[in-house]
Design a protein around this ligand. Structure first.
Ligand code: DHB
Ligand code: FE
Length: 307
């Protein structure tokens, strides 16, 4: 009876057979997750048809490149941030701008401007409300940080992100701004609308089956980096959005909802092509000191992880 197993014996085999050491951390994580899934199948009496429908769904999710689109909606991205916040609190690392999830739609290498830039340049058809965001990058002592890189990206007026949307030009609504000597940055764009998950495909299917919507409130993403300072991944929300407290990605932070100044006179903003009253928001990014080089890494999440 060497090859006849109970469930428990099978699980033990799956998690212990090996011919080399492998990677102990991968083995540890894999054993835990497989054990949890074996238990779920048994506890919930998951039927073969249900299991294979799940495998089909995962295959289709991967085939359309939407794995990254499901983690935030299931709470994992925010979970990782909550855990980082908790670790910081335990270590007494307080202060600085709150972190918020990166989301799956970042692309490295956006065009770089010095001190100011337009995110909306070269985007005919973009008719959103002109919007300028400006401020400084500061360190934890409130000192301005010259030469910091503010990498910023947001959705177009249809709620879609360039690169992932074949109808937009490369790097549309994506720019990097290098802060000048007094730490300032500013950019012009337009007030973005909210975002919704692609209307069809495996992600939409799951949310329909869960009875959930797939909407995010209007937001703008940032990755702020500077030598010696802790990389800040965050996003800010445009106030007044229906979904601001009902984000399907659970990513709104109460401290990151912008204040908008309306009808700001155009004087001083000609270099951004502003010639009539417009909407402005002032926002400073405050970066903690990095504890080591890895914390100051200029890379976004996936590049760091697989680097
Ligand atoms: C998702 C999309 C976003 O624009 C974002 O900022 C976060 C998550 C998503 O589709 O999962
Ligand atoms: Fe986003």
């Amino acid at each position: 009876m060497k090859n006849e197993f109970t469930q428990a014996q099978l699980l033990d085999r799956v998690n212990t057979v090996r011919v080399t050491e492998g990677n102990p951390r991968v083995r540890e994580i894999s054993a835990r997750i497989i054990g949890d899934l074996f238990r779920a199948i048994d506890d919930l009496d998951i039927q073969p048809d249900e299991f294979w429908a799940g495998v089909d769904w995962l295959s289709r999710l991967g085939a359309v490149g939407q794995f990254g689109l499901i983690t935030a909606g299931l709470g994992f991205d925010r979970l990782l941030d909550i855990r980082l916040d908790e670790a910081d609190r335990r270590a007494g690392r307080t202060g600085g701008t709150q972190r918020a999830i990166e989301g799956p739609l970042y692309i490295a290498g956006a065009p770089l401007g010095k001190a100011e830039t337009r995110l909306d340049e070269g985007n005919p058809g973009e008719e959103g409300e002109p919007f300028v965001m400006e401020g400084r990058v500061l360190d934890a002592d409130g000192q301005p940080v010259a030469g910091a890189i503010v990498d910023v990206w947001h959705a177009n007026t249809l709620g879609r992100y360039s690169h992932f949307d074949p109808d937009q030009k490369a790097y549309a609504l994506r720019r990097r701004i290098e802060t000048d000597a007094d730490g300032t940055y500013r950019f012009r764009s337009f007030l973005p609308p909210g975002y919704a998950i692609p209307p069809s495909g495996p992600v939409a299917e799951l949310f329909a089956a869960l009875g959930r919507h797939g909407n995010r409130p209007a937001h703008v993403h940032f990755l702020v980096t500077a030598p010696g300072l802790r990389t800040l991944t965050t996003q800010v929300n445009i106030p007044g959005d229906t979904f601001i407290d009902d984000d399907f990605a659970f990513a709104t932070r109460d401290g990151l909802v912008l204040e908008l100044d309306k009808n700001v006179p155009a004087a001083g903003y000609a270099s951004l092509g502003i010639d009539k009253p417009f909407v402005r928001s002032r926002f400073d990014f405050v970066l903690q000191k990095a504890a080591d080089d890895s914390e100051a890494s200029p890379q976004a999440r996936m590049a760091r992880a697989v680097g």
